[in-house]
Design a protein around this ligand. Structure first.
Ligand SMILES: NC(=O)c1ccc[n+]([C@@H]2O[C@H](COP(=O)([O-])OP(=O)(O)OC[C@H]3O[C@@H](n4cnc5c(N)ncnc54)[C@H](O)[C@@H]3O)[C@@H](O)[C@H]2O)c1
Length: 263
């Protein structure tokens, strides 16, 4: 794949998990990148790793910062023709125990910001008579979930709904909108969440991989990035409104491996 005609905005691209894997893959395929993060130093550190990348700091949960970010992008690189809505926050709380603040923060970043950044992105495409491509980052939790994840599951399900709806609305402009649904990705920040229900998060991760994936292997951030690159490329020109799960088979299982194998 050759993505050298793409100018891609990646939200939360300063992260060390899925965001880092997306930047790595897009750089490998030659894309120019605008790397956003709430923490501008993280965005700068990520941008410095790649030849054609710049950093833009913005809290995408705030409409005025999103507007300012698109002004900055216009001045620095002109309109972008690819968007990856990667930034997201997790929440491990029972729905009946979560506070209003926790609910609002989750929804502000995981769905409201996905809509808002997409809105600015599409309007700059239409103003410039350009086509383009959106890839949202959903999760296996939109397919099926676990205790303490009802709210996260609902937000990531909303991302898939928005993906389908925007794909329909934007098809007439030849603007595509797809999503990826990562499973358990090897990423440092996951251990803090896993600690909320398991004493030994590393052992829990190993057990999950052996029991809850059809292919018992680690899923790395760049596995997500390679699929994003495909969805941004012309190789997926006839795909829109879809979510591709990057989960080593978690979502196709009806019974886990231990149950089937009598363990
Ligand atoms: N890690 C996983 O196993 C996993 C699994 C399924 C889905 N996901 C999804 O992948 C995406 C990336 O998650 P990740 O855990 O890999 O993290 P990541 O390493 O990609 O980092 C997320 C980044 O988003 C940034 N961010 C947070 N709030 C922001 C805001 N308001 N404005 C701008 N940037 C902000 C953070 O500073 C961080 O750098 C999220 O949407 C997450 O829900 C992750």
């Amino acid at each position: 794949m050759d993505l050298k005609d793409l100018n891609v905005l990646i939200t939360g691209g300063g992260g060390t998990g899925v965001g880092a894997g997306i930047c790595e893959a897009l750089a490998n395929f030659g894309a120019t990148m605008v790397i956003n993060d709430l923490d501008v130093d993280k965005a700068k550190a990520a941008a410095e790793k790649y030849p054609n990348a710049i950093a833009v700091g913005a809290d995408i949960g705030k409409g005025e910062e999103v507007a300012r970010m698109f002004e900055e992008i216009k001045e620095k690189v002109g309109p972008v023709n690819g968007l990856v809505n990667n930034a997201g926050v997790g929440l491990s709380r029972f729905a009946h125990e979560a506070s209003e603040e926790e609910f609002d923060h989750l929804y502000d970043i995981d769905i409201r910001a996905v809509w808002q950044v997409s809105k600015f992105f599409v309007n700059q495409l239409l103003a410039n008579k350009m086509t383009g491509n959106i890839v949202n980052v959903s999760s296996v939790h939109a397919h099926a979930t676990q205790p303490r994840y009802a709210l996260y599951c609902s937000a990531k399900s909303a991302v898939q709904g928005l993906t389908k709806g925007m794909a329909y609305e934007l098809g007439r402009f030849n603007i595509r909108c797809n999503a990826i649904g990562p499973g358990l990705v090897k990423a440092e920040q996951n251990y803090d969440l896993i600690k909320t229900w398991a004493d030994d998060p590393h052992q829990w991760e190993a057990d999950f991989i052996n029991d809850q994936q059809v292919i018992p292997k680690n899923i790395f951030p760049v596995d997500c990035g390679n699929t994003v690159a495909f969805l941004l490329s012309d190789f997926s020109a006839a795909i829109t409104g879809q979510t591709i799960y990057i989960d080593a088979g978690t979502t196709v299982m009806i019974h886990n491996r231990g149950f089937i194998e009598g363990r």
